[in-house]
Design a protein around this ligand. Sequence first.
Ligand code: ADP
Length: 264
Amino acid sequence: RPDSQISVSLLPFGRRQQVLLARDTSHVTRLEQMRRDFVANVSHELRTPLTVIHGYLELLDPEDAPALAPVLGEMRAQSRRMGQIVEDLLTLSRLETQHHVEDERVPMAPLLATLRKEAEALSQGRHQVTVEADTDLDLLGSPKDLHSALSNLVSNAVRYTPAGGSIAIRWRRSAEGATYSVSDTGYGIPASHLSRLTERFYRVSSSRSRGTGGTGLGLSIVKHVLNLHQARLGIESEPGRGSTFSCHFAPERLLSATRSRDES
Ligand code: ADP
């Protein structure tokens, strides 16, 4: 067929021979497209009714019926959570269909300051938050998407680190470019889970994750944003000791803070 996608592989066969295997994979691509469209459509359709429900819940005054105040509080929290899941699903749908980003300079000094403030606001004094930068390089890419990815790692570090722990946000030059990393002294992740963490809704412990208010889509979004910026996610973790999530950016994505893209 004209729209066929053929995947070709060469497999060893016996000692001296090889087999050429050609497969039509267009049905897989079509099914994947249907899945993406379905998720995007459902999320889009859920957005409006959820906004209406949330709006009405906000209008209700708990003082009118004090006995119902805890129920109202829980309903508001859950409708907010559903709204966040829908927004994250829509973000993922957009990232999955996007092939490149509109490049802009993303100044790192103010971004690191914002990330520190976000960590402190979420932690509410329960953790020690530090920021270290040994380079003044800026990033090149989508400011909104990069902020959301880097901020996701910070909020995970806060959410999966018990009170009294520390969070270190780092921006460093490396042999292959520059690395942004977030280290925590939190619960850590058993090695057997590491390769699946960026799957949608994959969680090491469902009860702990739901309790901390995440949507289960954060690391999926991080991975897609990094892919769009040709960057790589590294995860190191030791249960009971903590984790480090690193984003490795190649030189093509880096700009000297004082010079423009053309000059650097
Ligand atoms: P969630 O909303 O559940 O946090 P994420 O996609 O951000 O979803 O993360 C997926 C899972 O990875 C989490 O549920 C948690 O089990 C684990 N995880 C992510 N970040 C950390 C971290 N810093 N420390 C320990 N576990 C983490």
